[in-house]
Design a protein around this ligand. Sequence first.
Ligand SMILES: C[S@@+](CC[C@H](N)C(=O)[O-])C[C@H]1O[C@@H](n2cnc3c(N)ncnc32)[C@H](O)[C@@H]1O
Length: 321
Amino acid sequence: MGRNSSKKGNLKSLLKKHTQDNKKKQGLQKKQENIENLQKQKKNKITGNKNNTGEQQHNLLTVPFETPEDIVLLIGEGDFSYTRCLIESNYHTKPRNIIATSYDNSLKELNLKYPTTFKENYDFLISQGVKIMLGVDATNLVKSLKVSKRTGIAKILNVEKIDCIIFNFPHTGAGIKDMDRNVQQHQNLLENFAKSTKEVVGLFDAYINNKCTDSYSQSYMTVTNNNKTKSNNCRLAISLFKGLPYDNWQLKKIMNTNGWKTVTTFKFDWEKFKEYQHRRTNSEMSTTKKFDEREARVHLFDKFGVTTKVKEQKSAESDDE
Ligand SMILES: C[S@@+](CC[C@H](N)C(=O)[O-])C[C@H]1O[C@@H](n2cnc3c(N)ncnc32)[C@H](O)[C@@H]1O
């Protein structure tokens, strides 16, 4: 009896060590993959446009997802013109793989906020088969999506995994008269968004691994599946304007300390998103300076990030930070 349980204990700790080694190995592999992808994509600086369709022409430096058929979850859409632009410009070619969400709770609210553009964008997206969800809170996705043990994340979103989550220009609507308050509010938004997206990715990982969630079973699966514990390697993209107050939000630091590592950042090139109307949180009214005259960047994160090797290369090669 005693010997049996100590044997079991040994096996358990062996399996645990094996899983840890494996995770480390997978992490290093993924980092290397990230490096190679970035190098490849920088070499082929081809813009996705109406004539380009294949994965080959897809350019990380224009959109944050990897292939035009990736499963993409958009958070905090305004009048949904960005989602529409992804499809119309052929950056994305499988609308059924797009889930576009808004923080606003109803179509009526969105029509009131964006009276000249929302309805047409919405009708277009519905006709293309895009899944649109309202009342989705970036800071508590699981709750606002009404995910429960019974319903499950995959069922609610109607997909098997998520490849990329995008939040363009997150903003609470708070002004900059009180800069400290502005910074605090947005840091809270970003921190909770990081945690909330981690939770979603975790749920998909569990789903992918056949809802096998206790650590002993996970270790067992790792060994028996020939070292292939599957995980949902999801990217997270956040666009922000440059300058104040945005620089003070310390986006990278917040994401990096909440489970998302930096892969790269790249210019948000308005020229390549002609149909996209960047919208303010509360109305169609534009800011004093036109949005497409303001410098903005897309910040891309994933579970693994890239090593310093890429950072060195980046500073030598391109406008990536
Ligand atoms: C400056 S607007 C940008 C809208 C849109 N992404 C665009 O680029 O046109 C900021 C957006 O963030 C959304 N937002 C603010 N807090 C949010 C939250 N907790 N969850 C989801 N979206 C949120 C607002 O509803 C608004 O649509």
